[in-house]
Write a protein of this length. Structure first.
Length: 192
């Protein structure tokens, strides 16, 4: 592992809590900066900005890792609860929350070498920031605004169920450097 991101991923499983915090902060900063530049124009649209809880959005950086890395990170961080992921989705995941609002979603494939989204990402890119997640008050409405006002099409034709009862959709957005960033908008489950 030679890149700073690769080192930070490795350090998430460090026995030293300060190393884990530093690593999480670096991963979060990198993911948030990449997504932030890709969606900067979204904040100027007042309704969309409000739906995304601007000016203080709830952001989680999704990190895809191999199964062995997933296990090491989970154990080093106190074995957090695994999310309840719909069975049709090729993912296992858990969240890590650190000080200063740093939130990571650690993801791995259920089927290494399979055809699911996480398996494909890992095969193509290796371990890394797979997505950046924004909590949204109404994913359906935000999806419509993105389509109508920004020409951004959702990955899925309709909002779908995500982990732990959330409603989600994804958007592949071009960043200023010509790369692409996968943005997940998620709506928390209704409290009845």
């Amino acid at each position: 592992m030679s890149s700073p991101l690769a080192q930070s991923i490795m350090d998430l499983s460090s026995a030293d809590a300060s190393n884990r915090l530093t690593a999480a902060g670096e991963i979060y900063r990198l993911g948030r900066a990449t997504a932030g530049s890709a969606i900067a124009a979204w904040w100027a649209e007042s309704e969309l900005s409000a739906l995304l809880l601007g000016p203080n959005p709830a952001i989680t950086v999704g990190l895809a890792v191999q199964r062995d890395t997933f296990g090491r990170i989970r154990i080093a961080n106190g074995t957090p609860r695994l999310a309840d992921v719909p069975p049709d989705q090729d993912a296992e995941e858990f969240e890590l929350h650190f000080t200063e609002g740093i939130s990571l979603d650690i993801l791995t494939t259920r089927e290494p070498g399979g055809s699911g989204a996480i398996a494909k990402y890992l095969a193509k890119f290796g371990e890394g920031i797979q997505q950046v997640e924004y909590r949204c008050a109404d994913v359906d409405r935000a999806t419509q605004i993105l389509k109508d006002k920004f020409g951004v099409a959702a990955v899925y034709p309709a909002v779908r169920h995500g982990a732990d009862g959330t409603r989600v959709n994804f958007f592949l957005v071009v960043s200023p450097d010509g790369g692409k960033v996968l943005i997940e908008l998620y709506e928390s489950p209704s409290r009845g």
